[in-house]
Ligand binder design. Sequence first.
Ligand code: NAD
Ligand code: DAU
Length: 341
Amino acid sequence: MKLLVTGGAGFIGSNYIRHVLSAHPDCQVINIDNLTYAGNLENLNDVKSSPNYSFVKGDICDRKIIESLKFDAIVNFAAESHVDRSILDASPFLQTNIMGTHNLLEIARQRDCIFLHVSTDEVYGSTEKGFFSEDSPLQPNSPYAASKASSDMLVRAHVETFKIRAMITRCSNNYGAYQFPEKLIPLVIINALNRKPIPVYGDGMNVRDWIYVADHCRAVDAVLHSGRHGEVFNIGARNEMPNIEIIKLLLKKLAWRLDQNEDELLRLITFVKDRQGHDRRYAIDPSRIERQLGWKPQMSFEDGVSKTIEWYISNKQWWQRINSKEYMQYYDAQYGERLKK
Ligand code: NAD
Ligand code: DAU
């Protein structure tokens, strides 16, 4: 198979490419990524010289560049992915997440190739109790979630109208190596290593459902190879936790690992003004993919978090280089005022 992976220089895309190259030695992977602030080719240093891998710098909104490539299937990770940024400015989210997906769908339709759309549990919105199934209504609350829900709807429309061979996956919160420092888990680890305040939005009791990135990658692969066209699959590890508990767990583990005083690290926790429209709880039911495709997560949260801490400690240069001017400006805009209070 010749696979076009979009957004392969980002967090999940780069982990997915690494997975495909080792799990399917006969598969050719083309990675197309326009290298936004979140795209980083260093994420693929260990596989960049593989004969089965090639990189094209390009935008998923650019029809010509994608039409110039040869592939049998598309796995679409490319997106603007950070909720806080979508609250600051939604425009790039609408452009990439909606128009970019539309562009890829049109090409999938022309070529009759398989299209796997990587979506998110955020499209279902927030729930105080129970679990979202694949048939739950879409009730996105942030501009990011609304842009992803729109792209899901476009995929559905292309399946219904043009009979394209597409599937949608909706995964919960990922963590692991190569995650951009703006997201909660790397932000806590990096700020703790730098002895910087750790911003906790609101009361810290918002709940997310966490999955180790490698488990998500195996699930995407299972859907690509065995999912039926038109199907939607929730992907989750049944691992709900309030933010404050995760933050405390990370700080405890870091204190133990670095042989440092736990209370000193815990004192970095700083409650700040809440995210606007902050979804209280995400919770999905992943039983369809478990039952139908036999997929199950392999990594426990305890082990996954320890591995992730170890990775950020051993790869300081990676995240120190990411502390670019763009990221610093974003960080100040997000936390400058909030952390002063
Ligand atoms: P990321 O922000 O780390 O990476 C996104 C990548 O897409 C970057 O490499 C970026 O350069 C690239 N990109 C952005 N706009 C592009 C464009 N117009 N053309 C080509 N490339 C472009 O994101 P991530 O966390 O790896 O998420 C990947 C996908 O998985 C997204 O679609 C996201 O919605 C979805 N998802 C993420 C999570 C999570 O917890 N991170 C959970 C569920 C689903
Ligand atoms: O649920 C899947 C989604 O998970 C993906 O679709 C998104 O691409 C991904 O970014 C993630 O969205 P979240 O908004 O849940 O992730 P984030 O890491 O930004 O925040 C996790 C929780 O932690 C959320 O409740 C907000 C809170 N938070 C976050 C940051 C960055 C804080 O309390 N402080 C922070 O500094």
